[in-house]
Design a protein around this ligand. Structure first.
Ligand code: G3P
Length: 216
């Protein structure tokens, strides 16, 4: 399963890259708004740092301007992917941009049918938001199961990016389901590394080694 980092923070991206686990990055307007720098400069910094796909979301809500924005973002770098919300206008824009060879990540997906429509429109990626479904009492992972199953049955070329990940268990579930990608906030990546028994075990090893050193 590919790991994307769900952040616009270049320090987090670079730290995760040093771990050797970064296959791409996803951003959105909220994540970009958290950074102090000009969003375009942030995006240019990310695409220079990461070789894999970097998703950048359009702000327009009408297809004509979504297409204009998408074409503009695509010119920044070859690894830019255009994030477009799953709306009627978004489907129109996805249809146009995908036919021009521009990769689209259809986002804000909360149902299996939305993912099927996005695939039909030519999406390179779909982003089901499992955390936000959990937030309202649904089991977000279940729609990912359906989407992956249906895409596999029909050999769909669209890749599933499990998004809105809130906890390490979401990553485990995504991997068990066979999702192509999990886009993971840095704080969740850090939680994935940590286990109290690892820390405890390391302390015991180092303390025992000190005992040997005293003897030699
Ligand atoms: O970036 C898309 C998605 O991961 C956003 O997640 O935490 O805002 O629901 P969240």
């Amino acid at each position: 399963m590919k790991f994307f980092v769900d952040t616009a923070n270049i320090k987090e991206i670079m730290e995760a890259q040093e771990w050797g686990i970064v296959d791409g990055v996803t951003t959105n307007p909220t994540l970009l708004a958290k950074e102090k720098e000009n969003p375009l400069d942030v995006i240019k910094g990310i695409v220079k740092t990461v070789n894999g796909p970097v998703s950048v979301e359009v702000i327009s809500t009408d297809s004509k301007n979504m297409v204009v924005e998408g074409r503009g973002f695509a010119k920044i770098a070859d690894n830019i992917v255009i994030k477009i919300p799953i709306t009627k206008e978004g489907l129109k824009a996805t249809n146009v941009l995908s036919k021009e060879g521009i990769k689209v990540n259809v986002t804000l997906i909360f149902s299996t049918n939305q993912a099927i429509l996005a695939n039909k429109a030519g999406a390179a990626y779909v982003s089901p938001f499992i955390g936000r479904l959990d937030d309202i009492g649904n089991e977000g992972v279940n729609i990912v199961k359906d989407i992956v199953k249906i895409f596999n049955i029909h050999s769909a070329s669209t890749e599933v990016i499990v998004a809105s990940i809130r906890q390490p268990l979401h990553v485990t579930e995504a991997a068990k389901i066979g999702a192509h990608i999990a886009t993971i906030p840095f704080n969740v990546l850090e939680k994935m590394v940590y286990h109290p028994l690892t820390d405890k075990g390391l302390t015991i090893f180092l303390d025992d080694w000190k005992k040997i050193k005293k003897r030699v």
